[in-house]
Design a protein around this ligand. Structure first.
Ligand SMILES: Nc1ncnc2c1ncn2[C@@H]1O[C@H](COP(=O)(O)OP(=O)(O)O)[C@@H](O)[C@H]1O
Ligand SMILES: [Mg+2]
Length: 218
């Protein structure tokens, strides 16, 4: 489902010169796996997720996600790939404050409108246990509930892979456990999940744990 070979991402960092944030990463993740990648702050975790999710095309090497080779794709092709193949979950939820839970979840439809979107968004919210709170604004939801709305949004287009960047980083222990239980049940249904994290709870929920040190996978 995810394959990288000699994946390198460098930046020209002014006085420091060229910095290699990812340095020859080789990663193989099969369909249906739940993999955690751990590493210290600055080790390249977010950069790796951005490359795998088609948000950053400035890399060198081979990257294939859900059957799509990402190197050299046009912006348009990358947008299509993001829309059809991957879901993102971020530490800080990234919900739009003025929109209800339902509107946040069906937001992806605003860019490719089709029938039955509200029903599909409701279904996604029910899936994360928020079927009764679809009209709440983010400010009327707890942190754990906000993250579950964000997970529902990530599921809206039925992605093949879920990419999660410190998804429990802003949650207390109990709500983090709820979110982790949700990842486990989504994974049990066959969704491939890759999460980068500091958190022991999340790494012990994963079926495989990899470590990133200074842009190298060990
Ligand atoms: N646009 C950029 N330009 C220069 N350096 C960057 C840029 N984005 C990230 N970096 C550097 O890449 C390194 C890894 O960043 P990141 O992937 O965010 O790490 P992590 O998510 O593991 O904390 C950091 O040292 C960061 O400063
Ligand atoms: Mg990060």
């Amino acid at each position: 489902m995810i394959s990288t070979e000699a994946l390198t991402r460098g930046y020209d960092d002014g006085a420091r010169g060229k910095v290699r944030v990812l340095d020859g990463v080789g990663l193989q993740i099969a369909a249906g796996e739940f993999v955690a990648i751990v590493g210290r702050s600055g080790s390249g975790k977010s950069t790796l997720l951005h490359v795998l999710g088609g948000l950053d095309s400035g890399f060198v090497g081979e990257v294939t996600v859900a059957g799509t080779k990402l190197a050299g794709l046009s912006d348009r092709a990358l947008a299509k790939f993001r829309n059809e193949s991957v879901g993102f979950v971020f530490q800080s939820f990234h919900l739009i404050q003025g929109l209800s839970a339902l509107e946040n979840v069906s937001l992806p439809a605003a860019f490719s409108a089709s029938e039955g979107e509200a029903a599909r968004a409701k279904e996604a919210l029910a899936r994360v246990g928020l079927g009764e709170k679809t009209s709440r604004l983010p400010s009327q939801l707890s942190g754990g509930e906000r993250q579950r709305v964000a997970i529902a949004r990530s599921l809206f287009n039925r992605p093949k892979v879920l990419l999660c960047d410190e998804p429990t980083g802003n949650l207390d222990v109990q709500t983090a456990d709820e979110v982790i239980a949700l990842f486990n049940s989504l994974n049990a249904e066959g969704l491939t999940i890759l999460a980068v994290t500091h958190e022991e709870r999340l790494r012990s929920a994963a079926s495989r744990v990899l470590t990133l040190i200074d842009g190298r996978l060990v």
